[in-house]
Design a protein around this ligand. Sequence first.
Ligand SMILES: *[C@@H]1O[C@H](CO)[C@@H](O)[C@H](O)[C@H]1NC(C)=O
Ligand SMILES: *[C@@H]1O[C@H](CO)[C@@H](O)[C@H](O)[C@H]1NC(C)=O
Length: 508
Amino acid sequence: MVNRGPHNSSNHLGARLRPRTLPIGIFVIYTVSFIIISFSVFLYYLRNISGDEPQPLVSVESRSGQVPTLQVRDDQLWDPPFSHGLHPCAKPTAKYKGAQGFGRYLSVKSNGGLNQMRTGIADMVAVAHMMNATLVIPQLDKRSFWKDSSVFSDIFDELHFIESLKGDVRIVKELPKNLETVPRARKHFTLWSGVAYYEEMKRLWNDYQVIHVAKSDSRLANNDLPLDIQRLRCRALYQALRFSPPIETLGKRLVERLRSRGGRYIALHLRYEKDMLSFTGCTYGLTDAESEELRIMRESTNHWKVKNINATEQRTGGFCPLTPKEVGIFLLALGFPTSTQIYIAAGEIYGGNTHLSELSARFPDLIFKESLATPEELKAFSSHASQTAALDYIISVESDVFVPSHSGNMARAVEGHRRFLGHRKTINPDRKGLVEIFDKMETGELVEGPSLSNLVQRTHKSRQGAPRKRHGSLPGVKGRARFRTEESFYENPYPECICGSRRKRVIT
Ligand SMILES: *[C@@H]1O[C@H](CO)[C@@H](O)[C@H](O)[C@H]1NC(C)=O
Ligand SMILES: *[C@@H]1O[C@H](CO)[C@@H](O)[C@H](O)[C@H]1NC(C)=O
């Protein structure tokens, strides 16, 4: 019987054709075979194109000594999340006007590390606009933990900053000589203030020609500001505050070097640095001597107000940076192959190799700026923490995947910038959830392998930088405290500075 096949359709086809002659029978064999083969090819094709969801294939890495994990397809690991045709939009609306600001000056002392200063300066551009003032190039913080003597033009392209914001605010390098000695209004602007507050502050112009702002961090609200003010913040941060030519040049060169030595790379902001561990009181996995050293540092740092910290509670609350070992387990569980190039975007790792070795045991290809750049290239940057931080910033923004081990100013700024540029992939560890997992590993309830991998992948599916609007404050938080719980504007400038295609035609 020529027409008995594994397929129902072939039976049906055969029954209809049975009375015919032999050559027809051969024809049927060919037809049926053709249909079966086509269908198989179709099924195969379908399996390969279907689904944007990560579909871990349960295959186990077999190289000796390595932990088996769920393998994830290459594109699922590295490709940016789908961004629905969204694009940056920082241009002003039709009704926008620049501020003149003649004769009134805002002088600013920015505070904090590099990224806190950058966002603060972008805010001060917006404040100068709202207060109709001329902005004097801000002074940088020389006394922070980072103790960097750099001035504005060492870190930023000063001329570009002034020129590119010409239509928005007037910016001058210095106060005019005749105003250097006049009395100034010295202000600590209220944290997270809106337009009404700065309108009110304009009355200071009745008595003063110069307002000196003593701190620049978080002086502007995240939300409920006019669209044009929000976009001005984006223009200031993403376009005007370009790094100085030596930093930009070396940063780009180092990115090229990473690409040519290994193609794709993860930039890991491994915030396992002494100041962070001391500040957060996170001593998990450290020796008693190390814990004591961190405690003494916290005790003696005046501007850190909280001195008594329960390290266990900090950790279970998800407030600690992941340790190098934890990062290794995390990235491996996500499915990154052990050969992945990982650029360490950080200063000195606390405890050096003792702690780092637990990460390099899993991912041997760790790259530090010291191994990527020549000593001559780095010479100009040494003892300038803000300038090396700027290099890390550039390399992080340009990376295929950015992973911050802790939330902080750098992590937030890089994530926001990557969202702005086209929702580049940022994997945000759910530290609270991960600590539960790590604790289960400690008791032996979980081991590294496919089931751990599955759990980690599942809980991080929606933490990879896909487009979403900025979160508001946490429910139930009242009064000014709610500002602290809001997602920062610079962490996610969507919707104001990221638009869909319809608004693109109308506005930008
Ligand atoms: C800004 O200040 C200038 C003087 O410096 C004044 O002529 C102008 O009307 C002011 N603009 C606004 C919007 O207040
Ligand atoms: C820290 O907190 C944990 C959990 O709340 C508690 O068991 C432990 O006793 C605390 N440690 C100290 C030193 O207070």
